[in-house]
Design a protein around this ligand. Structure first.
Ligand SMILES: Cc1cc2nc3c(=O)[nH]c(=O)nc-3n(C[C@H](O)[C@H](O)[C@H](O)COP(=O)(O)OP(=O)(O)OC[C@H]3O[C@@H](n4cnc5c(N)ncnc54)[C@H](O)[C@@H]3O)c2cc1C
Length: 392
């Protein structure tokens, strides 16, 4: 986006990519569909030391503007009710193809298999060093992304380049990532997928509540609901806070309602075992370990369940606590929080406030978005501004 914007504005542009091809993350995004933008994006959808840094760029790349831009590169969007947009083809490949063709048409020199090893400034010029040699430029944009998903080419090199120019790097952490749990049960429930409400608890206080799918795994837990709370969880872990999740396995009922439903159910089949009755409304493996945690004998007849144990069970079904010990790491994360401090970058131009002619865009900055097209949205917006400004 940055290369295209700069070239369309008349600049002579060289784009360096150390992978054999550009845009690997675009291809992998949105499960191969590329959730390209979100029509509702605002600062509330981002985290970082100053999430309001995104407000100006998002205003410049309004949805209408982006749609016109997409038409200009031959891409048609499919807009979903919740604001998420995908290419109408439903294939991430279309996004990359359209961008690559537009970049080629605009005359950008794309150097793949070319790793930038350092960026320095001498007088008014920048020197970009690669294994193939050095080249001088009037302006440089660092859009190297983050450390998330190194298997797709992420390096974190941009942080090193920025730090060498005196830029502050806000400590980075994986986001939109699975969580590791410390518990007696999660690995025994590996493979169980269910709909649940997840509350994130940091230092004993509830910080976020979301509903969605969860999937127990040998290492802990994944699923969309987990990805949605992972940014705050990961940031809290980075800062050594105590992190836990509370799982509500039956969020469709209020507490008293669930009590009544279970009471009626147990009364209607008094001779069935407690375990069998619960398997009528919960995944079997969760029932085994819920009963273990509640110290209730699974084979006891339903009629024998005391009111005290029923209350305990209801409580546990709706507030099953697990300690979060770690995230599943950068390798499995979609994005990364932290990065180049936004206080040292002008969000109207994306130029460094420390070094004239040096620019930043995208995930290398201390901005991280929610799931839903927000990360690309900021990357496109900041890239577009940087490209236009650099061409001036
Ligand atoms: C599996 C997955 C799915 C995702 N799905 C979505 C989604 O649906 N919607 C959404 O909004 N976001 C999604 N994201 C996040 C999104 O892909 C990123 O936020 C976005 O790509 C960031 O763009 P960027 O240009 O800043 O960095 P990148 O896209 O990471 O681009 C940086 C480029 O710089 C190259 N590079 C790095 N170091 C060097 C070096 N030293 N020399 C030369 N080249 C270098 C890298 O190889 C890379 O190609 C997803 C991410 C992943 C991993």
């Amino acid at each position: 986006m940055a290369a295209l914007s700069a070239a369309r504005a008349g600049a002579s542009v060289t784009l360096y990519e150390h992978n054999a091809a550009v845009g690997k993350k675009i291809l992998a995004s949105g499960n191969g569909r590329c959730n390209i933008i979100n029509t509702t994006a605002s600062a509330d959808d981002y985290a970082g030391n100053d999430p309001h840094f995104v407000t100006y760029p998002l205003k410049q790349l309004s949805f209408g503007y982006f749609q016109t831009f997409c038409h200009s590169i031959g891409l048609v969007l499919d807009i979903k009710d919740d604001g998420r947009c995908y290419p109408l083809s439903n294939e991430a490949k279309s996004v990359l193809l359209a961008l690559k063709s537009a970049v080629a048409e605009a005359g950008v020199s794309v150097l793949t298999d070319t790793e930038v090893t350092s960026v320095t400034k001498k007088d008014t010029h920048f020197i970009v060093e690669t294994a193939q040699g050095t080249k001088r430029f009037d302006r440089v944009l660092i859009a190297t992304g983050s450390e998330a998903a190194p298997q797709l080419g992420a390096t974190g090199d941009g942080y090193r380049f920025a730090a060498a120019f005196g830029h502050e790097i806000v400590p980075t952490y994986p986001s939109l990532v699975q969580l590791h749990l410390h518990s007696k049960y999660h690995h025994k429930m590996a493979g169980v997928k269910t709909h649940a409400e997840i509350s994130l608890i940091i230092d004993g206080k509830q910080r976020e509540k979301v509903q969605g799918d969860i999937l127990f795994a040998a290492y802990g837990i994944s699923g969309l609901a987990i990805l949605d709370i992972s940014q705050k969880a990961s940031h809290a872990l980075l800062n050594h806070h105590k992190v836990a999740i509370s799982i509500n396995l039956l969020p469709r009922y209020e507490r008293q309602e669930l009590h009544n439903v279970l009471e009626k159910l147990f009364a209607s089949v008094p001779r069935h075992s407690i375990e069998t009755v619960l398997c009528g409304l919960l995944p079997a493996k969760t029932v085994t370990y819920l009963l273990d945690e509640a110290a209730i004998l699974p084979s006891s007849p339903a009629a024998d369940l005391s009111i005290k144990d029923l209350k305990k069970l209801v409580h546990l079904i709706q507030d099953w606590r697990f300690e979060v010990s770690d995230t599943h790491g950068f390798k499995h994360a979609e994005v990364s929080g932290g990065g180049v401090a936004t206080t040292q970058v002008n969000n109207k131009t994306m130029e460094s406030k420390l070094i004239q002619g040096l620019y930043f865009a995208g995930e290398v900055l201390d901005i991280v978005g929610k799931r839903g097209g927000y990360n690309f949205h900021f990357a496109w917006a900041s890239g577009m501004i940087a490209g236009k400004e650099m061409a001036k």
